[in-house]
Design a binder for this molecule. Structure first.
Ligand code: ADP
Length: 736
């Protein structure tokens, strides 16, 4: 019985503690202050009741009852106010002010004998009698309490999102218990002897709300509750243990009061700190599991993310961490591939989702746009609400379509991945295994996680880009190196050619100059004077011939180097009758042929006309050179120049019965400075430039070409006597 008398006090302690915890939360929202004031007036009721039951004197009973009403008169107004704040309702202002006004009126009246006066005596204690204004107050009390339930219930039905619904259920239950049970406290005032169990309602009210706070993030005071309740718990357990010890020592061991008290206090001091630690650990593990776990998760993920640079690994870690921490059915990450235009999403990882479904979700451009703008998590349950809120009709529809989409693939939440203020991807999450809605705490955690993920993903992407850039750079360097190597090889060739040229040129130039120098030396020494006039003439003639040779070599070198440039060009405008042209050239060489006792013939193998277009100046050089060579490399026999028509072409062949050209040399003789092996024995002064010049000239005559044949090799292997010499062909397109 005596314990029951303490019930109102215990209730009072619970309600007041709850009020203080809510108030202790840093944010200064009005709802917290109103809730605190409500707890305060409820505890005034509970405390006053406790005192009223204890009192033995009638006037004190009335005093405490009036004390009670000093609090209770505010209950209707505060509850009404609370319901408006929690449901974000704005249209009952006037009613609220009236309510507060009435509260002050009743505050005044409650202190008069027209409110409560006189006492009922019951078996369990005394209670005041209700008077006239008390009846009116009761009417007002229930009238406004009806508003609390009405406001909350309609909000719950029509507007609340999933989280709010979960919270409001408990709010309704808590107030329901408080009022439903608490209202019985009025009965003794009307002479009904009911045992005052109603004070238990304070405890129940506090317990239900604490549950809502812990599990559904009600009024966001979980952390404050956590620290506070651990301390309160530790104090209660310490006091209980110390009291037990005190009882034990007092009754059984000692009889000395001071001794037992001092021992008990020392005991209390010693056990408090370890006990507090133990309770904290216990509470972290069992009561505040998710909170504890979430903080751990954030630390864990942060530490891990800093060590990973591989994009796939980061995505794996993020998806798994979120899925496991929240205990989700499914989760996935979609990343924007900006290299494609318009940009596309690629599925980085999905667990539990169908890949196609994931992509179909983000093909909804609206989602992308919405997330890019809000940069906040998007909860499926809120889409109806968002659709109602928006003014644009197309957005209204888009929200609903998005909801359909998300429902179809069973996605509950979309989190934006933002980096440098741009949307780089989306984390799509399914529902929780437990079926619970996402709480505000969940969303806070997810926001932190997605921020971290965004940074890590961005870093990984940058790293990837640097890697790719490195690779391209390497290939570029490799290419360049190859190019340089090729150039080096080419340069080496050029250097070799240059030294070949110098060899040949110096050799070619040295022979005639040494003859000229020798002859001039003889003249200087006076050796020539001893000679007969014929011998003298022979030397002078030799010197002249060599100087002519020298001039022609220098000329060849100049012409060849001029022709070797890319922009060398020939004007091929002259109309030439090729048969006559060739015949004239042949005739001009008859003297040289006769000198060498060679026959030189011209023959037209087919009928003409042999009209072509070309450059007379350069073609003279070509034919002259070929005839010169033929005569030069033919020790005996003949040289023959023929012309014939073949299709639309004229073909000139200059053949001889000379030394021929070796097969190896045949491939190269049109190159610069190339001289045949056998040619060098026969004629020492060649430059190896004649055929090169001929080839360049023919190349500049469109549709024309030059080539050589020499069957001499077989002949040489057969003993050299049957040399068939060589033939040089020139082909020109005929004019029509
Ligand atoms: P060069 O006559 O000064 O050596 P060319 O360029 O005129 O230079 O000739 C290149 C080489 O082609 C000659 O060294 C020779 O080996 C070969 N050649 C050219 N014409 C004939 C030919 N009619 N008979 C044999 N070899 C020839």
């Amino acid at each position: 019985m005596s314990f029951l008398k303490f019930l109102p006090l215990i209730s009072c302690f619970f309600v007041l503690t709850l009020g203080f915890f809510v108030l202790a939360k840093k944010s200064s929202k009005a709802i917290k202050i109103i809730f605190f004031l409500f707890c305060l007036v409820v505890s005034v009721w509970l405390f006053g009741t406790f005192m009223m039951f204890r009192t033995t004197q009638d006037y004190l009973a009335i005093f405490w009852d009036r004390f009670i009403y000093a609090g209770v008169v505010f209950v209707p107004a505060l509850m009404h106010h609370f319901s408006l704040l929690i449901t974000k309702r704005k249209n009952q202002r006037l009613l609220l002010y009236t309510n507060y006004g009435l509260a002050f009126v009743f505050l005044f009246l409650s202190q008069t004998k027209y409110f409560v006066d006189g006492l009922f005596y019951y078996a369990w204690g005394v209670h005041t009698k209700a008077q006239f204004f008390h009846h009116i107050f009761l009417f007002q009390f229930f009238f406004f309490i009806f508003f609390l339930f009405y406001n909350i219930y309609t909000f719950y039905k029509n507007k609340a999102n999933a989280l709010e619904k979960a919270q409001l259920k408990y709010v309704l239950l808590a107030f329901g218990l408080l009022i439903g049970i608490g209202a019985f406290a009025y009965l003794p005032a009307y002479g009904i002897s009911i045992f005052p169990f109603s004070f238990i309602s304070g405890v129940l009210f506090a317990v239900v709300l604490v549950y809502a706070i812990l599990h559904h993030r009600f009024m966001d005071i979980k952390i404050a509750i956590k620290h506070g309740s651990i301390y309160v718990g530790s104090i209660i357990v310490t006091v209980a243990l110390t009291f037990s010890l005190w009882l034990f020592l007092n009754k059984l061991v000692y009889s000395s009061d001071i001794g037992t008290t001092v021992t008990s206090l020392i005991f209390a001091l010693i056990i408090f700190s370890p006990l507090n630690k133990f309770i904290e650990k216990f509470a972290n593990k069992h009561l505040f599991y998710s909170l504890y776990n979430y903080q751990e998760t954030i630390n864990h993920l942060t530490n891990k993310l800093t060590t990973i640079i591989n994009l796939d690994q980061i995505i794996d870690l993020v998806v798994d961490t979120i899925k496991n921490t929240m205990r989700l059915v499914r989760s996935g990450v979609l990343l924007i591939d900006e290299s494609k235009s318009p940009f596309q999403y690629q599925v980085a990882k999905v667990v539990g989702f169908n890949k196609k479904n994931g992509i179909s979700l983000v093909q909804d451009n609206f989602l992308t746009r919405h997330l890019a703008v809000t940069q906040k998590p998007l909860v499926r349950e809120e889409l109806d609400f968002l659709s109602e809120q928006t003014k644009s009709p197309s957005d209204k529809q888009s929200f609903l379509t998005l909801k359909e989409h998300m429902t179809r693939i069973e996605a509950s939440l979309c989190l934006p991945l933002i980096s440098s203020n741009k949307l780089t991807g989306i984390i799509v999450l399914g529902g929780k295994v437990s079926g619970d809605a996402y709480s505000k705490e969940d969303l806070d955690l997810l926001t932190v996680l997605s921020n971290q993920a965004s940074i890590a993903i961005e870093n990984a992407r940058l790293y990837q880009q640097v890697q790719d850039f490195n690779k391209t750079l390497q290939t570029k360097v490799d290419e360049q190196t190859k190019d340089i190597q090729e150039k080096a090889v080419h340069l080496e060739k050029l250097l070799k050619m240059r030294s070949e040229f110098l060899d040949i040129a110096s050799h070619q130039l040295r022979t005639p100059t040494s003859v000229i120098k020798g002859t001039l030396a003889m003249m200087k020494e006076g050796d020539m004077e001893k000679m007969s006039p014929e011998e003298k003439a022979k030397f002078v003639e030799g010197m002249f011939q060599k100087s002519v040779k020298l001039e022609s070599i220098i000329n060849d070198i100049l012409v060849a180097s001029e022709m070797d440039t890319a922009d060398f060009d020939i004007e091929t405008k002259d109309e030439i009758e090729l048969d006559k042209f060739l015949e004239k050239e042949v005739n001009e060489h008859q003297f040289d042929a006769a000198e060498k006792k060679l026959t030189l013939a011209f023959e037209k193998l087919t009928d003409g006309p042999f009209k072509i277009k070309g450059s007379i100046k350069y073609l003279e050089q070509v034919i002259d050179n070929l005839l010169d060579n033929a005569l030069k490399y033919t020790p005996q026999g003949f040289v023959k120049a023929t012309i014939k028509k073949e299709g639309n072409n004229a073909i000139i062949a200059i053949s001889d019965s000379g030394i021929g050209i070796l097969k190896d040399d045949l491939k190269r003789i049109f190159n610069k400075f190339i001289r045949g092996k056998n040619a060098r024995n026969v004629y020492t002064d060649g430059s190896g430039l004649g055929l090169f010049i001929i080839k360049r000239i023919m190349d500049r005559h469109p549709g024309s070409k030059v080539w050589a044949e020499s069957p001499v090799r077989q002949a040489l292997t057969a003993g050299g006597e049957e040399s068939k010499g060589s033939t040089f062909y020139l082909q020109f397109p005929l004019l029509k």
